[in-house]
Design a protein. Structure first.
Length: 490
């Protein structure tokens, strides 16, 4: 069931109508049943995987709470890791591992290839709910939290439908206590949630799904294009993935808020970041903090010698890339971001000297502008590997990006490119206008939520903004495609 579908709107209206009628003690039952139904609307039998992981993690965490010896607690943690990561590896990486090993075998003329004809459908959101439940068992093992006694509430934590298939990846000490609170019917809170959902629908329906038409037209057959075509498609993919994923997060957070549940902020205007490090403090925050707490710090973090710290950083980003998909392009994408940060740290003294020499630190607007442009360019370049269907496609795109660059200022050439992007000229104008509105939202929301900023403005300005989004959604939104969110595949 997609957020951008009539079925979800109907489902959501039914859930919230019953939710506020039910006694507090029974609401978890409704939310749990709704969450399982929400997931089963995609593929019913795969809900058994969620239930199995839930039962295993509930039992091992309860047992860890009863055992004081660290060695015995580690045994139960191992069961959780083996179960959850085993399922994740089997369903998501079996083909990738087999194909990669076959490539190695063929190099050494080994004649016993592993099978690659897997017909396994990747369970929607398995990477998200696996990481969510793993954070719980690891925190119980560390003694950071006590194991949850109520099985139903724990099951709801694992499967809460707004963030089940694409996050945010919530921590148990933040989410579980909220299921015990008595959430009253609050028009202001419901209104705040609906406003968040509206922005999410604007990002997804008006920008991401229309921009996808251009990106797919070019990236699915890149060898037929070069130069400005590839540049435009790459830039637009940057906006597509931002709007697709942050749009999902906005809808998820807004949906939960209507129910009285606060989910963590997952995006903070990432394209206005002034460095790659700053970018990862703003992009997919729930995942980047997960890798920091459960991969980077356990490897030693920055409490080790500099070469080891850089190793820890690079490995963390490689794993992050692999988490996104069973494809070497994702590994390269993650590795690039790791290299960006390492090079950024190494060259920091040189950059500081240049800034002081040119006295750029005395120009409060120029320096951040340059930093943002450079960061955006680096992030956009890395997106090529993320979006390209194959490594060969990525290599072709990179090698043909700057072809005919001398024509880019020729208005006739630019017009010819504009009418050959796989969409009509009217849709090109829609894309430009909607991205301008997005940049305004991102700019004013870079330090705090755009909704909080609007609360301090005159009500006419505030409601003019929301009515503008409503009009754009209904007049410019792409409704006929019903496309999935990009991160559903992860």
């Amino acid at each position: 069931m997609l957020f951008n579908s009539f079925e979800f709107i109907l489902f959501f209206l039914i859930v919230i109508s019953i939710y506020f009628i039910l006694p507090y003690r029974l609401r978890w039952v409704l939310l749990l049943a709704s969450s399982y139904y929400f997931y089963m609307a995609w593929k019913p039998e795969y809900v058994l995987l969620i239930i199995f992981s839930t039962i295993v993690d509930y039992l091992v965490s309860r047992r860890m709470g009863q055992v004081k010896e660290k060695k015995k607690r580690k045994k139960y943690l191992f069961i959780s890791l083996l179960t959850n990561l085993g399922l994740l590896i089997f369903f998501k990486y079996a083909f990738f591992i087999s194909e990669s090993l076959n490539g190695v075998f063929s190099t050494f003329n080994i004649t016993y290839p592993l099978p690659t004809n897997f017909s396994i459908i990747l369970p929607m959101g398995i990477s998200f709910y696996t990481f969510q439940t793993l954070s719980y068992t690891i925190d119980v093992y560390r003694g950071k939290i006590k194991p949850e006694k109520h099985f139903g509430v724990f099951a709801l934590y694992v499967s809460f439908f707004p963030q089940l298939v694409a996050g945010p990846i919530e921590r148990s000490d933040r989410l579980i206590p909220q299921f015990y609170k008595k959430h009253k019917f609050d028009l202001k809170r419901i209104g705040d949630g609906l406003k968040l959902m509206l922005v999410g629908f604007f990002k997804k329906l008006v920008i991401a799904d229309r921009v996808a038409m251009v990106v797919n037209h070019i990236y699915n057959q890149p060898s037929e294009f070069e130069g400005l075509y590839l540049v435009i498609a790459t830039l637009l993919f940057g906006f597509q993935i931002l709007c697709d994923f942050s749009g999902y997060s906005d809808i998820a957070i807004g949906t939960a808020k209507v129910l009285g549940i606060d989910l963590m902020t997952n995006f903070k205007s990432p394209y206005f970041a002034t460095s790659i490090k700053d970018f990862w403090k703003r992009w997919h925050i729930s995942l980047s903090t997960w890798f920091k707490d459960y991969v980077y710090i356990p490897l030693g973090g920055n409490r080790v010698k500099l070469p080891r710290m850089y190793f820890n950083l690079f490995v963390t980003f490689l794993i992050s890339g692999l988490w996104h998909g069973a494809n070497w392009n994702f590994v390269i994408w993650g590795g690039l971001h790791g290299c960006y940060q390492i090079i950024g740290n190494i060259t920091k003294p040189i950059k500081d000297k240049i800034i002081n020499l040119l006295k750029l630190n005395r120009l409060p607007f120029i320096l951040p502008f340059i930093q943002r442009v450079v960061t955006f360019a680096l992030v956009t370049f890395a997106w090529i590997f993320f979006r390209a269907n194959t490594f060969e496609d990525a290599r072709y795109i990179i090698s043909h990006l700057l072809v005919d660059i001398e024509l880019w200022l020729n208005s006739g050439y630019v017009y010819d490119v504009g009418i050959d992007l796989g969409v009509t000229l009217t849709e090109v104008v829609m894309i430009i206008l909607s991205i301008m509105v997005l940049l305004m939202i991102e700019w004013f929301g870079r330090k705090e939520s755009i909704h909080l900023r609007l609360l301090r403005t005159h009500f006419i300005i505030r409601w003019a903004f929301y009515y503008l989004l409503i009009i754009m959604v209904f007049t410019m939104g792409v409704f006929y495609d019903g496309s999935e969110f990009i991160y559903f595949q992860f």
